[in-house]
Structures are given as structure tokens and as C-alpha cells.
Design a protein around this ligand. Structure first.
Ligand SMILES: CC(=O)SCCNC(=O)CCNC(=O)[C@H](O)C(C)(C)COP(=O)(O)OP(=O)(O)OC[C@H]1O[C@@H](n2cnc3c(N)ncnc32)[C@H](O)[C@@H]1OP(=O)(O)O
Ligand SMILES: O=CC(=O)O
Ligand SMILES: [Mg+2]
Length: 368
């Protein structure tokens, strides 16, 4: 059940007296790359101010990949970085520790009073069901009220347990704070007992093979046959995209651990983009450019989308463009592209220049 234990009339009421009113709509802020950094690592922390304005989201990670001995240093480091940095157009997110860990209560009770006014989104790992979101929701409301915050902090869940996947729709609808979901392929693979040891990406063993050639109707099983590697994550990403779209929140691919294989990383990101994801995680500075490129519609796609919008006039009926039928439905597809391009152009001057440059061409083409 969505909206779970709250009746529809109470869904948008604050969960604590004095807490900010929940948002009715999650803002579509560009978040092509959610860049992870370890706030307890001095080298990484030193790079954060320079990344402002160059990446859509900076995420101070407190969970996995932070050594147990460094958990407190990471939390304190994040507070210090947030207080000292003007994030401008870049969002600040954090990933807190798991809800059953010894650190999470201190994460929340420290971060919200200290930097709650700067934190846009809290990513919650290993979410199993709506009950996990309800717990965080109420606690955040109490802490926001106590801190006198005016803007609600949003919540993002990582889909990385089999039970979480089974409950994906109720997780998305558990609170008006829900901003989105990310795929967590590493923990999910472990929880499902999948037999891959990679952090995201494909596997050469997960494939389909073309049929054997036949001679006089007899299959030649000795002949060499092409194989095609399949995407281990297709099913989960597709479920995640549908659940997010149904609840008006945003789906993301997660980590791609083979930092050196930028080509396969780009492929995995693009599959997610094409299926409907709005962004991905970046674990290393070199993955930011890949994410920004992949999750920004291409100039050609935007040009085509604008031509369809222009050709469709009042948006009804059917027209032929370049030998292809366009109608009300394909117009909606094109509007997704055009709206995304506008949102990204507003924060990315280089992209704006590219999209503006084709604006004139596509106008000319549609007039011709
Ligand atoms: C399954 C999951 O939960 S995934 C999410 C959790 N994992 C993470 O957050 C991992 C984040 N990334 C990292 O820890 C690191 O990038 C690693 C360990 C993968 C690689 O680190 P390194 O071996 O230092 O990489 P490399 O030598 O190429 O780094 C080059 C420079 O970029 C810096 N750098 C590396 N990663 C980052 C980052 N995420 N943010 C900022 N700076 C970074 C390094 O400190 C180094 O700085 P320097 O030039 O001043 O020495
Ligand atoms: O947290 C991410 C994952 O893949 O696990
Ligand atoms: Mg994980």
C-alpha cells in the first residue's frame, strides 16, 4: 500500500509540530552525477570547493567505503565542509549509515542541527520497506522542528536488498520527502546471492548465443556463433523507473566500480539514461564528465524533439516528418527531451550554448 499508514488527508502534514510543510512536488533539479567523496579523506575533502559548479550533486559519504575507525571523522568532516563551503548551484547530499548500524542515530542528530539548512537530500542505504522511510521521516521532522529549519530535507533510498526490490512501490510512496531511488548493485548482488563480484556493470557469462547455422536442416553445433552480453541490471532498473515515475520521484543508476573502464561505464550509464534514469553516481572525478555527457540529451535529439514540437502545432493529430509518423504520444516523448534540455541549460552554460546553437537550425528545418 502506498501512503501507507497515513490517510490521504494527512499525507502532506508535517510529522512534528513546527517542522516544515512537506513539498507537494519534488523539484526537478539537475542531478546527472551524484559525486561521492569521503569527508574524512583530506585529499578528497580538499577537492570539494573546486568541484562546486562543475558537478550537479556533491555527496558526503558516511556509509560503506568509510572505515569504521573513520566514521566520526567523516561525520565531523562533512559538518565542517558544509559550513565552510558556498555550494552555489550544486546540491549537497549525504549518505548516512544503515538504520541498524551503531552510527546512524548520531549521523542524523548531528547533521540536521549543524548543517540541515544546507543539506538537500539524505540518502538512506539498504532500505527494506516503507517502515524504514517512516522511521527516518518522523525523526527528521522532529529534528527539523528543533533546529527551526524552513525547508524539508528530502530522502533518497538505495535499492539494494531483495526485500527492498519487492517493496519498491511502497518505498517510493512512503513519504512526501521521497526524492528518488538509486540502484545499489553491489549490496543487491550479495543479498540476492547473485554470482558476480563486480560493483555494477555486466558479466561476460550472462549472455545469449545466436542459433547454430543449419545445413540441410541440420544444426552445425561445431560452428562458431556470436554471443551477446546481457545487462544483469535491466530488470531492477526497469522496476525502479516505473515505481519512481508512478510516484513523481527520480530514478538513478548507482556505482560503476571499474574506474579504469570508462567505456563500459559510459555504456552502463547510457542504458540507464535510455530507460528513464535522470542520473548516476560518480565514485572518481573522471566519472563526472561521463555522467554529465550521458545524462544530457544529445544536441541531435534535442534538435529533433524541437522540430516535432514545432510540427505538431496544437499537439493533436498526426504528421509526417522525415518519413516518420509523429502524433500526440511522440510529441510527449519529445517534450521530455526538450524540458530536460531546458533544465540542464539553466545550470550548464556550455550545454546551453550547444542547445542554443541548434535552436536556429531546427527552426530553419521545421520552416523548410
Ligand atoms: C558500493 C558502494 O557503496 S559505492 C560508494 C562508496 N564508494 C565510494 O564512495 C568510493 C569513492 N572513491 C574512492 O574512494 C576513490 O576514488 C578510489 C578508492 C576508488 C580510488 O582512489 P585513488 O586510488 O586515490 O584514485 P586516484 O589515484 O586515481 O585519484 C586521483 C586523485 O583524485 C582524488 N580522488 C579520488 N576519488 C575522489 C573522489 N571520489 N572525490 C574527490 N577526489 C577524489 C584522489 O584523492 C587523488 O588526489 P591527488 O591527485 O591529490 O592525489
Ligand atoms: O551502495 C551501493 C551498492 O552497490 O551496494
Ligand atoms: Mg551498498
Amino acid at each position: 500500500m502506498t501512503a501507507a499508514s497515513r490517510s490521504p488527508k494527512d499525507f502532506f502534514r508535517p510529522l512534528a509540530v513546527g517542522a516544515p510543510t512537506p513539498l507537494r512536488e519534488i523539484p526537478a533539479r539537475p542531478s546527472r552525477a551524484i559525486h561521492f567523496f569521503d569527508p574524512s579523506n583530506p585529499k578528497m575533502a580538499a577537492k570539494v570547493p573546486d568541484m562546486v559548479g562543475k558537478v550537479d550533486v556533491l555527496l558526503g559519504n558516511l556509509e560503506d567505503a568509510i572505515k569504521a575507525d573513520n566514521k566520526e571523522a567523516a561525520r565531523e568532516g562533512l559538518v565542517r565542509i558544509a559550513q565552510e563551503t558556498d555550494f552555489g548551484p550544486t546540491q549537497l547530499w549525504t549518505r548516512i549509515n544503515a538504520l541498524d548500524s551503531p552510527w546512524v542515530l548520531d549521523d542524523l542528530t548531528t547533521l540536521v542541527p549543524a548543517i540541515g539548512d544546507k543539506l538537500d537530500v539524505i540518502m538512506v542505504p539498504k532500505v527494506q520497506g516503507a517502515e524504514d522511510i517512516h522511521y527516518v521521516d518522523r525523526l527528521l521532522a522532529q529534528l527539523e522542528a528543533k533546529a527551526g529549519l524552513e525547508k524539508p530535507i528530502l530522502v533518497h533510498a538505495i535499492l539494494e536488498t531483495a526485500r527492498g526490490v519487492a517493496n519498491v512501490e511502497e518505498i517510493c510512496g512512503a513519504s512526501p520527502r521521497m526524492q528518488g531511488l538509486s540502484l545499489g548493485p553491489a549490496d543487491l548482488a550479495a543479498d540476492r546471492r547473485m554470482k558476480t563480484t563486480r560493483v555494477g556493470g555486466g558479466h561476460p557469462g550472462y549472455l545469449v548465443r545466436e542459433d547454430p547455422p543449419r545445413i540441410d536442416g541440420v544444426a552445425n553445433l561445431e560452428a562458431s556463433r556470436a554471443t551477446y552480453q546481457q545487462d544483469l541490471w535491466h530488470y531492477t532498473i526497469a522496476r525502479m523507473v516505473d515505481a519512481c515515475a508512478m510516484h513523481g520521484i527520480y530514478p538513478y543508476y548507482g556505482p560503476f566500480g571499474d574506474i579504469s573502464d570508462t567505456t563500459a561505464c559510459e555504456d552502463q550509464f547510457r542504458n540507464a539514461f535510455l530507460l528513464g534514469c535522470v542520473g548516476t553516481w560518480s565514485l572518481h572525478p573522471k566519472q563526472i564528465a561521463i555522467a554529465n555527457r550521458v545524462f544530457s540529451p544529445s544536441v541531435e535529439d534535442v534538435a529533433h524533439a524541437r522540430r516535432v514540437v514545432a510540427a505538431m502545432g496544437d499537439g493533436t493529430g498526426a504528421v509526417m516528418l522525415d518519413g516518420k509518423m509523429e502524433d500526440d504520444a511522440s510529441l510527449k516523448q519529445c517534450l521530455v527531451m526538450v524540458e530536460l534540455a531546458e533544465q540542464l541549460a539553466a545550470v550548464d552554460p556550455e550545454l546551453k550554448q550547444q542547445y542554443d546553437a541548434i535552436g536556429a537550425d531546427s527552426d530553419e528545418q521545421s520552416e523548410a
